[in-house]
Design a protein around this ligand. Structure first.
Ligand code: PHE
Ligand code: NA
Length: 444
């Protein structure tokens, strides 16, 4: 079995973490919840909850050196075979990947068009976006196919030659583009306005919805609850320092989200646009702003969407890997067969997702008032991810020998860090997630 190098693991796990969640989702959610106070809550959620679950997945994976199901069973006190059902979480990654690939398709379309065309008015920009997602089925199919094909091509080559390699190339490039955009934003007058929007908290904006949004974002952004971090950690040498690596990955992810926020809010404020523009933020508001900058605007727009594509591809490959490893190890099939099976599944689900937003097929693909795209989003991030996260906490907190975990941690870090983590995993995190979960389902 191929193993990651230390830097390979950090870059690859960071590649998974850094994605549309940082550059597309984080800014618009921050905008909707009013900035500074939300960011503070989000940072606390990352530090105490996200990092705790990240470490949990890393411990299970590194210890098991196998797919999700097998790793759970191996680590459990009694080797109870029923823990194999934890393997359900690999399906979540495939569901997320289905609509993530569609969104990446929109981004590809925007990147290509931005070379020659940018809308000059918000109204036109809105119509363009609407037209793409509801009428232009052939383009959407083409882009979804390109993205899905790219993902399949990369994972077919395996964890070292495919996944690690693509991350070693794309992650530095992504860093470079974002750095360039940050420097440019820094030269604009509105930069200081963006800084104060993001870092001066107004606590009157914080309610239970904001808390839940922060927690949900912390999970999504760190790629938790789908077995990605677990599966990547299973390709890590048993003596690698996962505590340190986890801190680094969480820090990198957080930094990129903050940088993306600074860039986007500076651009928005420069144009006097609203910070609360919702999911259309980067597809509607930004292109109009870019268009007022002439040819420089085209260059910035293309770079920006290219950065999103790079960030998204490295996350996309990490969503399919847990299910590949699951099928390869549990059903003893080849990587090629597993890729065909999982690739076809998410490709078809993606087509259903994109058709469900179109005028022609929207109605037949709408169930209980939600279209298939929204159902996949809701089922994965509001139901399956939290269930997996709760399961991970309860498993480590109550069904695994404390001594085993303690040894794992104290090999690399102090006993104090271990005790804090153990306390969080047993009591704080599961309770917080259960509250989030019930609230999202509307029971609280
Ligand atoms: N963390 C990724 C992002 O921020 C999304 C992701 C979720 C990746 C789950 C893998 C698994 O875009
Ligand atoms: Na992220």
């Amino acid at each position: 079995m191929n193993k990651f190098s230390r830097i390979g693991f950090i870059l690859t796990a960071a590649g998974s973490a850094v994605g549309l969640g940082n550059i597309w989702r984080f800014p618009y959610i921050t905008g909707e919840y009013g900035g500074g106070a939300f960011i503070l809550v989000y940072l606390l959620a990352i530090l105490f909850i996200g990092l705790t679950v990240f470490l949990a997945e890393a411990v299970i994976g590194q210890n098991g050196q196998a797919d999700v199901s097998t790793s759970f069973v191996t680590l459990s006190k009694t080797k109870n075979k029923n823990w194999k059902y934890a393997g359900f979480m690999v399906a979540t990654g495939l569901i997320i990947l289905s609509f993530y690939s569609v969104v990446l398709g929109w981004i590809l379309d925007y990147m290509i068009k931005s070379f020659v065309f940018l809308p000059t008015e918000a109204k036109i920009a809105g119509e363009n976006f609407e037209n793409l997602i509801s009428n232009d089925i052939s383009s959407l199919l083409l882009y979804h196919t390109i993205i899905a094909g790219t993902v399949v091509f990369i994972v077919l080559k395996g964890i070292k030659e495919g996944i690690e390699k693509i991350n070693l190339i794309l992650m530095p490039l992504l860093g470079l583009i974002l750095f360039g955009l940050l420097i440019y934003a820094f030269t604009l007058d509105s930069f200081s306005q963006a800084v104060s929007f993001m870092f001066s908290p107004d606590f009157s904006k914080i309610d239970s919805n904001a808390l839940l949004a922060a927690l949900g974002q912390a999970f999504f952004t760190l790629s938790l609850g789908v077995g990605t971090i677990l599966t990547y950690s299973a390709s890590l040498p048993k003596n690698a320092n996962i505590v340190k690596s986890s801190f680094i990955v969480a820090s990198v992810d957080t930094m990129i989200a903050l940088v993306a926020g600074l860039i986007i809010f500076t651009f928005l404020f420069t144009a006097g646009a609203k910070s609360a523009a919702g999911p259309g933020l980067v597809f509607i508001s930004l292109p109009v702003i870019f268009s007022s900058w002439g040819i420089l605007g085209n260059i910035i727009a293309v770079s920006f969407f290219l950065a999103l594509v790079f960030a998204g591809i490295t996350s996309a490959v990490s969503m399919i890997e847990p299910s590949l490893r699951f099928f390869i190890e549990r059903f003893k099939i080849s990587r090629v067969k597993a890729t065909i099976l999982c690739g076809t599944t998410f490709y078809i689900l993606g087509i259903i997702a994109l058709l469900s937003m179109s005028k022609s097929f929207g109605e037949v693909l709408t169930f209980f008032g939600k279209n298939a795209f929204d159902i996949m989003d809701f089922a994965s991030s509001s139901i399956m991810m939290p269930i997996a996260a709760i399961m991970i906490c309860i498993f480590l907190g109550y069904f695994v020998e404390k001594k085993t975990l303690e040894e794992k941690f104290t090999k690399h870090t102090s006993y104090t860090i271990f005790s804090i983590w153990y306390f969080l995993i047993r009591y704080i995190v599961p309770v917080a997630i259960i509250i989030l979960f019930l609230n999202k389902l509307g029971a609280i």
